[in-house]
Design a protein around this ligand. Sequence first.
Ligand code: FMN
Length: 398
Amino acid sequence: MTTLLHDTAPDFDQPIAVLKHCHNRIRKQLSTLDKLLAHLPEFGADEQARQAAAAVLKYFEKAAHLHHDDEEQDLIPMLRAVAQGEDAATLQALAPVILQDHKDMDALWQDLHEQLTLIAEGTSTALSASAVQRFCQRYAAHMEREESTMAPMALRLFSPEQMTQLGQAMQRRRGIAPIAPVAPAIGQAVADLRKDYGQASLNETDVLDDPMLQFTQWFEQAIKAEVNEPNAMSVSTVAANGRPSSRIVLVKQFDERGFTWYTNYDSRKGEELQDNPHAALLFFWSELERQVRIEGRVERTSVEESDRYFRSRPLKSRLSAIASQQSAPIGSRAALEQNYEQVAQGAGDDPARPENWGGFRLVPERLEFWQGRRSRFHDRIVYERQEDGSWTRLRLQP
Ligand SMILES: Cc1cc2nc3c(=O)[nH]c(=O)nc-3n(C[C@H](O)[C@H](O)[C@H](O)COP(=O)(O)O)c2cc1C
């Protein structure tokens, strides 16, 4: 969920979103190339031009190859293994085109590589407009092809386990070790870890300046310690009449924008947030004797984000979301199941997200990290967001 917090990149548990994010970075590099073309005749290989050439070189020499390998070695073979019928036919036609694109783009890159190296060194100002144009056009068409066919197909066909498998393969390719499931053989190590945390403390000097990074660190430690449902959090809302209510939901994403969960917008929490967008979240990781309290304003995620997440859910969960008018009364379990059957019969295998279902994101204004200590003499460190976006930090008495 998180090495990407500095950058709005999604996490590897959403590998298709990561691939799309790579495309956006490629688009940025292509636009730099275009600007460099206009810059060179007027300013020569000045500092700005040298830096731009070096950045484009660095990206296409390394990151672009990793991205192609993700597709060739993992995404396409995994799609081949699951696609059937029309999807299999589309893939059979598309995969060779994608592979050929990669080869052609590599060849086009070779033309640019030498020219950019000389510009980065400051020894030449020559950059072929037609080579830049061919390279940019080919890439743009290629990315469009992938985004309009392969990515939606993967989102539709892959199970959560296959998404995890793809994300982990991509992490390994980049030398980032995915968090490994804890094998029974190392159960003792986990027990020791818990014991360690049992004796943990939280000092002003230990915590990170950025509370989201601090949260990420604790969240990763909660996963490592095999905390039960580490992403379960309580969400408290307050109705227009001033009365609070709480329930547990699962956080599905957290990054510098905030904490995201998915639900029904017409539910009790949805209606209360409509009247009063202020809410509080609470994580309790009992095995580590830790809690994190988070307060802020809640906004809806974009339609695209909600669609993307909805499509990534197992079909039965999507059908349940359509069939249930969350928080509304119903006469019996049988009536509820009848609604589900009706929805399942008419929905097909790629039902659209209902408009009243989607994501909420709490944008934090205050976070408190609480670490249990002996004799109830606990540690509490609070971060508060300032108007300029910076965070202040203070300690509270237990
Ligand atoms: C572990 C756990 C995870 C849950 N995750 C979600 C969730 O992600 N989204 C959701 O709408 N409800 C989730 N629920 C159900 C909610 O707690 C709650 O019953 C539901 O959202 C209706 O709440 P409301 O009537 O206050 O709106 C979860 C419950 C539990 C116990």
